[in-house]
Ligand binder design. Structure first.
Ligand code: AP5
Ligand code: ZN
Length: 217
């Protein structure tokens, strides 16, 4: 299956993508995680990305599209993928369409994770992620690690993302409304959008997403 996950920062895209990818046996491709891996390895791409991410702005399309394309062309993505955080504006969506057309493949669905703004702000404020792997995600009240500050999965140190400060979150939400939301209409025109209520326990949200994919498929 080839799926795009869209939704405001903190809606639970990463959390759901990890779970859905396991069930659907396709790789979870997160452009945010790819950028964060580059930042921790101190690559040139990482340095460039950090200067935008710290402000809550989008990393320029050219580098983002090249990085996403490269990841989608890896052998494990041949059987499908779950895109999390990409595409993030209409020109990225057009670039993705071009790539899919070249390879004669199609998206199966675009899952739009909906959650009210006051909830996403709470989720982001309490989020803690692992230094070793930014897909190991916790929350100080909703998903407490067994030991404070320590990752349950690998024992790594938990920290708060630099772009999770209140001010940057405000910019990220604004960028979401102005630049990312238009892709929902773009994909609605292709009949691909399924809206998922992202409130409630993580397992229930996964259940809704899987049920929706079954109906679509
Ligand atoms: P990215 O890493 O993609 O961040 P985001 O879209 O802002 O999304 P988040 O990671 O903040 O939230 P999420 O929806 O994944 O929520 P999560 O599952 O963690 O992008 C970061 C930056 O990178 C961008 O600002 C940009 O600069 C750059 N970038 C990335 N992609 C780009 C692109 N394509 N083009 C240009 N620039 C790009 O959950 C949040 C918290 O809530 C967690 O603590 C979790 O445990 C908790 N939680 C999750 N679900 C629930 C639930 N059901 N109930 C209670 N708590 C929950
Ligand atoms: Zn970890």
């Amino acid at each position: 299956m080839r799926i795009v996950l869209v939704g405001p920062p903190g809606a639970g895209k990463g959390t759901q993508a990890t779970r859905l990818a396991e069930t659907l046996r396709v790789p979870h491709i997160s452009t945010g995680d790819l950028f964060r891996a580059n930042i921790s390895q101190q690559t040139e791409l990482g340095k460039l990305a950090k200067s935008y991410m710290d402000k809550g702005e989008l990393v320029p399309d050219e580098v983002t599209i090249a990085m996403a394309k490269d990841r989608m062309e890896q052998p494990d993505a041949e059987r499908g993928f779950l895109l999390d955080g990409f595409p993030r504006n209409v020109s990225q969506a057009e670039a993705l369409d071009e790539l899919l057309t070249t390879e004669a493949i199609k998206l199966d669905a675009v899952l739009d994770l909906e959650a009210p703004e006051e909830e996403v702000v709470k989720r982001i404020a309490g989020r803690r992620i692992c230094r070793n792997d930014s897909s190991h995600v916790f929350h100080v009240s909703y998903k407490k690690p067994a030991q404070e500050g320590v990752c349950d999965v690998c024992g790594g140190e938990l920290y708060q993302r630099d772009d999770d400060s209140e001010e940057t979150v405000r910019t990220r939400l604004e960028v979401y409304h102005t630049q990312t939301e238009p892709i929902i209409d773009y994909y609605k025109a292709q009949g691909l959008v399924v809206t998922i209520d992202s409130m409630g326990p993580v397992e229930e949200v996964t259940g809704r997403a899987l049920a929706a994919l079954k109906r679509e498929g």
